[in-house]
Ligand binder design. Structure first.
Ligand SMILES: O=C(O)CCC(=O)C(=O)O
Length: 191
């Protein structure tokens, strides 16, 4: 679909002329709008040599991204329109039902937060959300493994930046090494 047709589809959806919408989601800026890259500044919080995966999101009012989590760190930057973001601390990970681990949707929840259901009530009983409304110029940091659900409150343009600090790939090994050390220390105390 051409971008012009996509923009027409946004207008048609918002006018109630069509019932399904298209969402230009996580489209690599380098691939689809390379000319915009010059306008995207390096986030000063990040080291100069940090690699960043920059994506653009364009959606009609009412579009939603399902409750899901991502593995990289994320800055979600609002360019135009507002977005509602519902976030759950990774401490609640076990309280959120998700598709099976071996499927492509393993990072997506089966619960649609936009539709009342017993599953949604039960999820909200066990996990307390943080809620943010992003306006143009706002940037939200979404930590890795934090579940999030996003609704466009207006016709919306955002970019997001996924990145991983250099030490992240080493964390699981460090964690396993720490567990082994603790086990050995406990075994020494016992015998
Ligand atoms: O803006 C959206 O609809 C979703 C954004 C998102 O899920 C993300 O940046 O990881």
């Amino acid at each position: 679909m051409s971008f012009a047709k996509f923009v027409d589809s946004i207008a048609a959806f918002e006018a109630g002329l069509i019932s399904d919408y298209y969402y230009l989601s996580k489209a690599s800026v380098a691939d689809v709008f390379p000319e915009l890259l010059a306008d995207i500044f390096h986030v000063p919080l990040l080291p100069d040599n940090q690699e960043v995966d920059v994506n653009i999101w364009v959606s009609p009012k009412g579009a939603a991204s399902p409750l899901h989590f991502d593995l990289p760190d994320n800055f979600l930057v609002q360019i135009s329109g507002r977005k509602l973001v519902v976030l759950f601390d990774s401490a609640y990970a076990e309280a959120i039902p998700r598709f099976q681990w071996h499927t492509a949707a393993h990072h997506i929840s089966m619960v649609d937060l936009g539709v009342p259901s017993e599953a949604r009530t039960s999820l909200l009983k066990n996990a307390v959300p943080l809620i943010a409304v992003l306006s143009p110029g706002d940037m939200l940091y979404i930590p890795p493994r934090w579940w999030h659900y996003v609704v466009s409150l207006d016709t919306s343009i955002s970019i997001n930046m996924w990145w991983q600090p250099w030490f992240r790939p080493y964390l699981p090994r460090t964690f396993i090494a720490q567990c082994l050390r603790t086990l050995v220390a406990k075994a020494r105390l016992t015998y």
